[in-house]
Design a protein around this ligand. Structure first.
Ligand SMILES: [Fe+2]
Ligand SMILES: [Fe+2]
Length: 277
C-alpha cells in the first residue's frame, strides 16, 4: 500500500442521554462513509463518563461498531479515569486497573502498533502513566520492544493527551498539568522516541485544534467530535471548533487536513444539560 488514508476522531464523549453528541457522531459517520478511509482512530474520551457509567462505554462501542470502516481505540480520562500529577490536585477519579479492565472488556484495546505505507503507527494509553499500576510498567516494556522493530521507518504516535504545550521541557504547572502527559512519564517517552524517526504526535483531550512543529516532530491536536469548552472554563490555545482530522501517509511524508463534517455543530459543554438536550 503506497498511500494510507486515516481519519482521526477524538473526544466523542458519547452517552445515550446526550443526543446532540450522538447527532454530531452521526454526521462524522456520514462523512467517514463518504470518504472511506483505510482506518479510523479514536484518540480517547469515547464515552461521556465511563468510570461512573459503564453504559456510556457500551453506547460508544455500539456507535463505533456502526462505522463502515475499521476503527482503533485509545482510552481517555473520561473512559478509565485520570493521571496523578506531581504538581496538580489529585484527580477526582484516578485511573485504576479495574477501570482499564472494564475498558478492555467493552472496547477491546488500549494500545497498538501497526505498519502502513512504510510508516510505523503506535498508540499508547496515556492515562495509566504515573499511576504506578502494573499495567503502566507493562506498557513501557511493550513500547520498548515495539520501538526496537521500527527499523528506521518514520513513526506516528497517537495519544489521548498531548505531550506538552510548546516544548519538551515546559514546566509542569498546577493549573494545566492535567492537560498533558505528566512528568516524569513525559520525559521517559520523549527519551524513548528520540531513538526512532518520530515525525508525528497526534492527540486529543484539549478539545481545541492545533498544529505546530517542534524540531522534526509535528504535533496535531485533534478537535473533539462532540463539543467545545467555553473560554470561561478553559483558556484559548488553538481553535475551538468540533471536527475531525484527515491524514494521507506516503512513504516519504504525510498531509493533514482539519475538517468539520457537514452538519457537525459546535455544541458548548455548558449547554449539554440545558432543556434542549
Ligand atoms: Fe474530552
Ligand atoms: Fe480527555
Amino acid at each position: 500500500m503506497s498511500e494510507f488514508r486515516l481519519i482521526q476522531i477524538s473526544d466523542t464523549h458519547l452517552a445515550r442521554r446526550l443526543t446532540r453528541l450522538t447527532d454530531n457522531f452521526d454526521r462524522v459517520r456520514e462523512y467517514i462513509d463518504a470518504k472511506r478511509p483505510d482506518l479510523v482512530i479514536n484518540t480517547g474520551d469515547l464515552a461521556f463518563d465511563g468510570p461512573t457509567s459503564r453504559d456510556d462505554l457500551e453506547f460508544a462501542r455500539e456507535l463505533h461498531a456502526s462505522l463502515p470502516v475499521a476503527c482503533r481505540y485509545l482510552p481517555g480520562n473520561h473512559d478509565i479515569g485520570d493521571n496523578p500529577t506531581r504538581v496538580g490536585p489529585v484527580p477526582p477519579h484516578p485511573a485504576s486497573e479495574a477501570d482499564l479492565e472494564r475498558f478492555l472488556a467493552v472496547i477491546g484495546e488500549d494500545r497498538w502498533r501497526f505498519e502502513a505505507a512504510g510508516w510505523c503507527f503506535i498508540g499508547l494509553n496515556t492515562l495509566i502513566m504515573n499511576t504506578g499500576l502494573a499495567s503502566e510498567a507493562e506498557q513501557f516494556d511493550w513500547l520498548a520492544s515495539e520501538l526496537a522493530k521500527a527499523n528506521g521507518r518514520p513513526v506516528a504516535l497517537f495519544l489521548h493527551k498531548p505531550l506538552y504545550l510548546n516544548a519538551p521541557d515546559d514546566p509542569e504547572l498546577a493549573a494545566s498539568a492535567i492537560r498533558y502527559v505528566p512528568m516524569p512519564a513525559r520525559s521517559r517517552l520523549i527519551e524513548m522516541f528520540a531513538r526512532v524517526d518520530l515525525r508525528l504526535v497526534a492527540s486529543g483531550h484539549v478539545h481545541q485544534i492545533r498544529d505546530f512543529t517542534y524540531g522534526h516532530v509535528r504535533h496535531v491536536w485533534a478537535p473533539s467530535a462532540g463539543f467545545i469548552i467555553s473560554d470561561k472554563r478553559q483558556e484559548l490555545i488553538g481553535v475551538k471548533a468540533v471536527g475531525l482530522v484527515e491524514y494521507r501517509f506516503q512513504p516519504d511524508g504525510f498531509e493533514i487536513r482539519f475538517v468539520r463534517a457537514p452538519g457537525q455543530i459546535d455544541v458548548d459543554l455548558d449547554s449539554l444539560f440545558s432543556a434542549k438536550s
